[in-house]
Design a protein around this ligand. Structure first.
Ligand code: ATP
Ligand code: MG
Length: 511
């Protein structure tokens, strides 16, 4: 045999072998792990795989298709991947990642795949919902015009939130962001709002504390906790908020009102960046992938209020974002500010000086909530922001001058009382009626002669007197949304009696 013939036979043998091999594996449905590392597997094959499809591996572990390239597929793995090796076979499942939904999730703690992690047994739900769903159409929505009471005076009066709104809670670390969200959940007791607290990349110990608090204040029974802790692989952290939203959407489509807290989306952005850098997608600004805006906008667009034909349910979203040294113009904060309908900015200087909750009324805004604010709250809190703005301006000004005229002194003393009234302890959300009375009396100047350190004692005495002797005042506010002239006189009388005995009152220092 000549050399050429020899080569031809050899190449024929190789070709036959290759044909036999490709015939054996259906590369459309099945793939083989080429490389693996840090929760990411690169797969050869799986030609039919779709973006977001669930891929199953031999040993009962799963992953989600994230990258589809010409000759390989990038899969993000959920859970431990130590048992997956190079050369392992994986298969398409023809399903997208889904979570169980339904009432048996209430009062449970689940992971990003909806599996229980509270040790209270399995969740028997037969209904599932994909974690990624398109947002409701514009024509299926209606205007935000019902209030969602947070029970926090400073928010309900100045930055009101409506059902179906997306309101960002933003501030530096340790400024009471989580506290506001948890108080809002506690305040939904008896108000027919289902709450979901989605913890993203936090410590498990903080979650345990939150679960304890919710239990203590009887709020766990209408709450679901979705937890993807910092210790979990980044794909789990990444899908957690989508999973929480799917769980909420089930109730929204049944016509119920849902409140979702995403605590926090800065850590979500970091998890996404980690995952996509490992998948070798090209980094953009601050090394975040180019679609970082889109992942948050498609998440938050799913919160809305449906119209009557679609049941009238709603999802109100409270995403949380952490800033560095109060910089709200950084990349992720500005992205999320432009997606949401307003923000509650928490000021660390205010927080550290004891003004808690540290809501900065100048930088906080609610773009749709004012049409949802109750009529009575709108009336009593009309000039509140203006008074605070005046106060802050005068405060800066008074640092320069020594002699202050009477009107400046008046603005300063009124502002100080106002800020004192807006201080509120954690886990003590107030009813609408109590908030209205507190704001009403301070706005009327009825507390202006009270020393600042006695303001909370006066408020406490006032509310206990009204509840014990004149409960109709609160009832009138809650039911008819009004304070009649008679009630106003009554409130003034109570205040003057309290003021007459002011020196007998002990100071309550709020903090
Ligand atoms: P992190 O950045 O760590 O997530 P955070 O901004 O979520 O922090 P919180 O954990 O809510 O802040 O609060 C920080 C601390 O301040 C907690 O110890 C909390 O108990 C306290 N705190 C928050 N709000 C109030 C309040 N209104 N009154 C008194 N203490 C408060
Ligand atoms: Mg927090």
């Amino acid at each position: 045999m000549s050399e050429e013939q020899n080569l031809n036979t050899l190449s024929q043998i190789i070709k036959d072998e290759i044909d036999k091999y490709t015939n054996k594996i259906d590369t459309f449905e099945v793939g083989q792990v080429v490389s693996i590392g840090d929760c990411i597997a690169t797969i050869y094959g799986l030609e039919g795989a779709m973006n977001g499809e669930l891929i199953s591996f031999n040993n009962d572990s799963y992953g989600m298709v994230m990258n589809i390239e010409e000759d390989s597929i990038g899969v993000a793995l959920f859970g431990e991947n130590i048992s997956i090796k190079e050369g392992d076979i994986c298969k398409r499942t023809h399903k997208v990642v889904s979570v169980p939904v339904g009432d048996s999730l209430l009062s449970r703690v689940v992971n990003a795949l909806g599996q229980p992690i509270d040790g209270l047994g399995p969740i028997q739900e037969k209904k599932f919902r994909p974690v990624e769903m398109p947002a409701p159409q514009i024509m299926d929505r209606q205007k935000v015009d019902q209030p969602l009471q947070t029970g926090i005076k400073a928010i309900d009066s100045m930055i009101p939130i409506g059902k179906g709104q997306r309101e960002l809670i933003i501030g530096d670390r340790q400024t009471g962001k989580t506290a506001i969200a948890i108080d809002t959940i506690i305040n939904q007791k008896g108000k027919n709002v289902i709450c979901i607290y989605c913890s993203i990349g936090q410590k498990n110990s903080s979650i345990a504390q939150i679960v304890d608090k919710l239990k203590k204040y009887d709020a766990l029974k209408y709450t679901v906790i979705v937890n993807a802790s910092a210790a979990e692989p980044s794909p789990m952290v990444y899908i957690a908020p989508y999973a929480a939203t799917s769980i909420g959407e089930y109730w929204m489509h049944q016509g119920k009102d849902v409140l979702i807290v995403y605590d926090d989306l800065s850590k979500h952005a970091v998890a996404y960046r980690t995952m996509l850098l490992l998948l070798r997608r090209s980094p953009g600004r601050e090394a975040y992938p180019g679609d970082i805006f889109y992942i948050h906008s498609r998440l938050l667009e799913r919160s809305c209020r449906l119209n009557k034909e679609n049941g009238g349910g709603s999802i109100t979203a409270l995403p949380i974002v952490e800033t560095q040294a109060g910089d709200i113009s950084a990349y992720i904060p500005t992205n999320i500010i432009s997606i949401t309908d307003g923000q509650l900015f928490l000021n660390s200087d205010m927080f550290n000086s004891g003004q808690r909750p540290a809501i900065d009324s100048g930088l906080s805004v609610s773009r749709v909530g004012s049409s949802a604010q109750t009529k009575i709250m709108k009336q009593v809190s009309k000039n509140l922001r203006m008074a605070l703005a005046n106060y802050n301006e005068m405060l800066d000004f008074s640092r320069f001058g020594s002699d202050l005229d009477k009107s400046t002194q008046q603005i300063l003393s009124h502002g100080a009382i106002l800020l004192e009234v807006l201080k509120q302890k954690q886990y003590m959300p107030l009813s609408l009626a109590q908030e209205v009375v507190d704001i009403y009396i301070v706005q009327q100047g009825l507390l202006d002669e009270v020393p600042v350190n006695k303001v909370h004692s006066v408020l406490k005495l006032l509310s206990s007197t009204i509840s014990a002797t004149y409960p109709y005042i609160y009832k009138n506010i809650e039911e008819n949304m009004e304070i009649s002239n008679q009630d106003k006189n009554q409130i003034e009388n109570i205040i003057s009696t309290i003021k007459a005995g002011l020196n007998k009152i002990t100071n309550i220092n709020q903090f």
